[in-house]
Ligand binder design. Structure first.
Ligand code: PAF
Length: 280
């Protein structure tokens, strides 16, 4: 497995793949890899001859009071997991490689999709995500890039950016990978105490309750949202939102439209914010 650290060697390695008539799948991550990330890499392998994973804790997507410095960076473990999964190369840049000190800042924003949900809680977050993802895609020009569906709003924003910037990459969403008991896998789960870990299960249970009602024919967003809220409260979780939305526009939905709606939850368990969702 190659470890690529600078832009020039990365472009050269990419060019070699193209010269060999082969294709590339990219899996952008911030490291602290878990089975969810590895599933993205394995999915990438199904769609391209080479799979590269990027590990970069992107300072531009953290707010001043967020956990940029505290964000886990178990690089050696991450590299071992990548090797084991058959990743062909890891792009592991320094901050100065992605954001040279003399570079002019460029902003890419998708205001329609970023104005709500995570957007107001994390000002600048999605602009930071767009900037780094656009740079990673422009640098590596992969045929496909795989993103997890847990960060549902992020996925929609990246898809919209990819279309608007006419990038040649196909964005491939990958279903949420869960622990055996249903908790969505996340690098932030490691911050949960044993008691919080039990309570965090309330999030997937709230989505189960919502899905069960939907399957029984309930279409009122108010009723579905109430079912999620009651389950979250029963698990002593602090709710940021538990909401039914249109899958494409992320606009609030008054009525469930099967195949077009998604239930989105963000809740805090202690000091850890956890996200989850379910397409209905
Ligand atoms: O989802 C993430 O891990 C990050 O937001 C991403 C897409 C790698 C950009 O830094």
């Amino acid at each position: 497995m190659f470890i690529l650290r600078c832009a020039e060697e990365t472009r050269a390695a990419r060019a070699a793949i193209r010269r060999a008539g082969q294709t590339l799948a990219l899996v952008p991550t911030m490291g602290a890899l878990h089975e969810g990330h590895i599933a993205l890499a394995l999915e990438g392998k199904k769609h391209a001859g080479h799979v590269w994973l990027t590990i970069f804790v992107n300072p531009m997507q953290f707010g001043p009071h967020e956990d940029f410095h505290k964000y886990p960076r178990p690089v050696e473990d991450d590299l071992a997991r990548c090797r084991e999964a058959g990743v062909d190369a890891v792009f592991l840049p320094e901050v100065a490689t992605m954001y040279p000190p003399n570079a002019t800042e460029v902003k890419i924003e998708v205001p329609d999709l970023a104005k709500d949900l995570e957007g107001p809680v994390r000002p600048g977050h999605f602009a930071g995500v767009c900037r780094v993802v656009a740079k990673l895609l422009a640098l590596t020009l992969p045929e496909v890039a795989v993103f997890g569906m847990k960060d549902y709003q992020q996925l929609r924003i990246i898809e919209a950016m990819n279309v608007d910037l006419m990038l040649p990459t196909r964005i491939l969403p990958h279903p949420i990978v869960r622990e055996a008991d249903g908790l969505a896998k996340s690098s932030r789960n490691r911050y949960l105490s044993p008691n919080e870990r039990l309570r965090a299960l309330g999030i997937s249970r709230a989505l189960d309750a919502c899905e069960k009602l939907a399957q029984s024919g309930e279409t009122s967003a108010a009723v579905l949202e109430d079912a999620m809220v009651r389950t979250l409260v029963a698990h002593a979780l602090a709710i940021d939102y538990a909401t039914l939305r249109d899958r494409q526009t992320l606009a609030p939905a008054e009525t469930l439209v099967p195949g077009q709606s998604v239930a989105l939850i963000t809740a805090r368990c202690g000091t850890t914010r956890l996200l989850d969702n379910r397409e209905l």
